[in-house]
Write a protein that binds this ligand. Structure first.
Ligand code: CTP
Length: 414
């Protein structure tokens, strides 16, 4: 009995995160981050600097985490352990995450200061530490900040982001804190929480294809590649060896992923078929053109008359369906973007392509968006997931794939 209690306490402890908040407009996003972790079953202890308390009230974090919020070095109302909370709070925690981390905080942490409760905890901790910087683009690229970041990395701190985009100051550039979902996903994988696909080799396609009409023109679509890249990242974070065959998109290659850039559907098919021998999971996320110009020309087409121009198209190879013949042992996952009847049309597509799992969504929701709402279709029926950001959704989908690898073989897969 006593042993069981001890096990339970140890389990609860390993699911505890210390969230440090410093003084930035992005502090409001830390509330959402705390909420995500609480929802996922973590105990969250929040530590705030004086400046952070000017941006968001400790009471908000206290209400979300249902725990005391630490703002002072010598906060005696509810002491932790022997009252040495600047040490004790980090003991047994899975991770310490500073989000947002200001330029000033990074400088202090790089120096190893210990003159407030958060900096002291950073020094005294025994767990991995993550920082999610948030600041003006000029402050971020300043050599002093970059020196501090290099110092922290050398000291074993993981730096998450920042993102590029519109900043709180109104300027545009690098310095925006990563989204709470992206921070939660990175912390979970980096701290080794879930290596669900360890030992697996995942091959993915992502983005659009471009089918040439002439040397400068072509047929393509508005797929951003975000979902495929997020899945590649999540698969790598889940411990898989990942190869991503990407159509023309300007997205950075996810950490730990091997990327093969292609342009046309035929190039994508050739790359996938060449790699398939090494894979045991294939996820077709790319919006592959179903048709390509039958006779692309090598010289630029000239407008010669005001007559209409007729383009003859030929069907492209269906990579996902063809793989069933070429590599029958590979667990194949398809996507279907439908504008209506997503379950019925998606299920018909799943049967036609003989897939154990198909992820269906509304085309108008998915294309180019940062979030998505999908329905999973398998032999047991339709399983809807709530709308969520693509990085978070990618993690959920990887869990769903991993779950199905372990269960019964699919009827659809023969
Ligand atoms: N796919 C593929 N090769 C193709 C076409 C599609 O691998 N030439 C894959 C996609 O990556 C995706 C799934 O098949 O996983 C989508 O199937 P598809 O029938 O092309 O869906 P839609 O493009 O939505 O087709 P339709 O226009 O018939 O609805």
């Amino acid at each position: 009995m006593a042993e069981k209690m001890a096990d339970k306490t140890a389990a609860a402890e390993s699911r505890r995160i210390v969230l440090g908040i410093t003084g930035s407009v992005a502090a409001y996003k830390a509330a959402e981050l705390a909420r995500l972790w609480v929802k996922a079953g973590f105990t969250v202890d929040v530590v705030m600097t004086d400046a952070a308390c000017r941006f968001i009230a400790p009471l908000t974090l206290q209400a979300l985490t249902r725990r005391p919020v630490w703002t002072q070095m010598w906060q005696n109302e509810q002491p932790v352990g022997d009252g040495m909370q600047h040490i004790a709070l980090s003991r047994g925690a899975q991770a310490m995450v500073i989000a947002p981390a200001t330029a000033d905080f990074l400088a202090r942490a790089a120096q190893g200061r210990a003159d407030d409760v958060l900096s002291a905890l950073c020094l005294a901790r025994e767990c991995p530490m993550f920082v999610a910087p948030a600041m003006n683009r000029q402050m971020w690229t300043h050599p002093a900040t970059q020196r501090n970041i290099a110092r922290l990395r050398a000291d074993g701190v993981t730096v998450l982001g920042p993102d590029a985009g519109e900043l709180a100051c109104g300027e545009i550039g690098e310095g925006r804190m990563l989204s709470p979902e992206a921070i939660a996903a990175a912390v979970a994988s980096e701290s080794g929480e879930e290596k669900l696909l360890a030992g697996h080799r995942v091959l993915l396609t992502a983005g659009p294809t471009f089918e040439a009409i002439d040397p400068v023109r072509g047929l393509t679509n508005r797929s951003s590649g975000k979902m495929g890249f997020a899945l590649a990242q999540a698969a790598a974070q889940a411990g898989a060896e990942v190869t991503l065959v990407a159509g023309p998109v300007a997205l950075p290659t996810p950490t730990g992923v091997t990327r093969i850039d292609v342009v046309s559907a035929q190039e994508m098919a050739d790359a996938v078929f060449a790699q398939a021998k090494r894979a045991d999971i294939f996820i077709g996320v790319a919006a592959v053109a179903d048709y390509a110009p039958a006779a692309p020309v090598t010289q630029k087409l000239k407008k010669e008359t005001n007559e209409t121009l007729t383009l003859t198209l030929r069907p492209t190879v269906d990579i996902l369906a063809e793989l069933a013949q070429r590599a029958p042992c590979v667990f194949r996952v398809g996507f279907a973007a439908e504008s209506q009847d997503i379950v019925a049309l998606g299920e018909a597509k799943r049967q036609r392509k003989q897939l154990p799992l198909l992820i269906a969504n509304r085309a108008q929701d998915a294309i180019n968006a940062d979030d998505n709402e999908v329905v999973l279709l398998d032999d047991d029926g339709a399983h809807p997931l709530p709308r969520m950001e693509k990085t978070l959704l990618a993690r959920e989908l990887i869990k769903e794939v991993a779950k199905r690898l372990k269960t019964k073989p699919s009827k659809a897969n023969g």
